[in-house]
Ligand binder design. Structure first.
Ligand SMILES: [Zn+2]
Length: 460
């Protein structure tokens, strides 16, 4: 039974298995699912949510974020001095602040900071989020329910402890963590909280990275993911130091180590992979391993991990915002520009490719043919962009207008699982102002301690 109908000037629907811009179509919704995408107008009396200049499209699938950090670190790591590939601010500022937050935030404050990150994501167009966080922050799923966001939660599992910068400015750590105990917690979490495809919450196995997890832990993670039938996601090939360490410790390339420890395959999503060599990418493509490109975050540090390099190698490549900002259109624009710069070609990193990466490719990486598409049977996870704006009119190509000229403020409506969670700029599920005030208070508390301990400068 039709529960709602959305109409727009354009619908980014499907034709012959690929995305296509359809004109003057109606999207019929039945509960959590799309019932039909058609030119046939509804019967008299059926209410229609109509945006005369609207583009109806699938919600964005954000394949890699740490939403808790978005608010907590807002404005802190940007523009800081660092040598190439030496993430000094991470070790000197962000990790110490993360430690303080883990000790000092009350449950209410953690709730507010998490909610802020998720509201930011929803208002930036994310309807499905794959997020990595620390065990102890399981309220992630409760907050996501309140916010109305579809999530896959992947708590970190790692062998490394006491991470710091060594004398040569390379990261060093001890292997003092009981990764197997963390894996056991993830298994328990999967059994308690995973709702499968018909719910809003899923659990994935999330070993932290190739260098911070010992090989036997990675192999056990892979075995567990296969046994549970769930995803495995990890950070991969982020720096030359990581590759050098794998070579020195195990005598293996990044993809060789991934093959040896079970980090390849259709149920694996590798975050970043920016330092993977061309032969590494060939292995990822051949094994159906997915990559998530978070180009903006690395561009901020002076590095270019161009989306098109992975996509051109035949790797299914999705998009993530990581921790710096949650506006997917902003992420897509930077992603496209970096690809054009890298290849010196204007026709790479196109609006169509990027929209596909942030919807269809992301859904495919999650093994979810019911997401990332506006077609009958898919979940009703939808965005409507209002194109009747001076910076978006007139419209020759709605996708080009949006990716190259649009921003999160152009999103008129966000629907997840058939429920409207934002309409005409207003977030409907929580008191956004109260969340912002509480989260800002929580962040200030952590920043004040950071200043006291000399981690942050006094004021900006
Ligand atoms: Zn990450």
């Amino acid at each position: 039974m039709t529960t709602s109908v959305i109409a727009g000037k354009y619908v980014l629907g499907m034709r012959d298995g690929e995305q296509a811009v359809l004109q003057d179509h109606y999207v019929y919704i039945d509960g959590p699912k799309i019932e039909a995408v058609t030119r046939d107008a509804p019967a008299a009396g059926q209410a229609v949510i109509r945006y005369e200049h609207g583009l109806v499209m699938p919600g964005f699938v954000n394949l890699h974020a740490h939403c808790l950090r978005g608010g907590l670190f807002r404005g802190i790591p940007d523009d800081l001095e660092m040598d190439p590939w030496v993430p000094t601010p991470v070790y000197r500022i962000l990790l110490p602040l993360t430690g303080i937050a883990a000790q000092k935030l009350t449950r209410d404050e953690l709730h507010a900071v998490t909610a802020l990150g998720m509201i930011d994501l929803v208002k930036g167009g994310t309807t499905t989020l794959l997020d990595m966080w620390h065990h102890g922050q399981e309220m992630f799923f409760d907050v996501a329910k309140e916010v109305g966001l579809r999530t896959v939660g992947a708590p970190f599992i790692m062998s490394a402890s006491n991470s710091r910068l060594g004398a040569d400015s390379n990261p060093v750590w001890d292997f003092g963590n009981d990764g197997m105990a963390q894996l056991a917690r993830s298994i328990a979490l999967f059994k308690a909280r995973d709702e499968g495809r018909d719910g809003l919450a899923q659990v994935a196995i999330g070993p932290h990275a190739t260098d911070t997890c010992l090989p036997e832990l990675l192999r056990e993670c892979r075995k567990t993911a296969d046994d549970l039938g769930c995803l495995l996601t990890t950070h991969f090939a982020q720096t030359p130091q990581e590759l050098a360490l794998l070579q020195a410790r195990y005598g293996m390339s990044a993809s060789g180590y991934a093959r040896d420890t079970g980090l390849l395959g259709k149920n694996v999503i590798l975050a970043h992979a920016g330092c993977a060599t061309d032969p590494d990418l060939k292995v990822l493509a051949e094994t159906g391993t997915h990559v998530v490109n978070c180009a903006f975050g690395f561009a901020r540090e002076g590095q270019n991990f161009p989306y098109a390099r992975f996509a051109n190698a035949g790797v299914n490549t999705g998009i993530g915002t990581d921790s710096h900002g949650m506006d997917l259109l902003g992420e897509l624009r930077v992603t496209g520009l970096l690809s054009k710069q890298y290849f010196h070609k204007a026709h790479t990193g196109t609006a169509r490719e990027l929209m596909r990466a942030a919807t269809l490719a992301g859904a495919d990486a999650l093994g979810r043919p019911d997401l990332g598409r506006v077609q009958p049977g898919a979940k009703a996870d939808l965005l409507v962009f209002d194109l009747f704006k001076p910076h978006l009119q007139p419209v020759w190509d709605p996708l080009k207008n949006l990716v190259w000229k649009g921003h999160a403020g152009d999103i008129a409506l966000v629907m997840v699982h058939g429920e409207t969670v934002m309409r005409d700029g207003k977030f409907l599920k929580m008191d956004e102002g109260a969340v912002m005030r509480k989260a800002a208070g929580a962040a200030k508390k952590i920043w004040d301690i950071g200043v006291e301990r000399g981690i942050l400068p006094a004021g900006c």
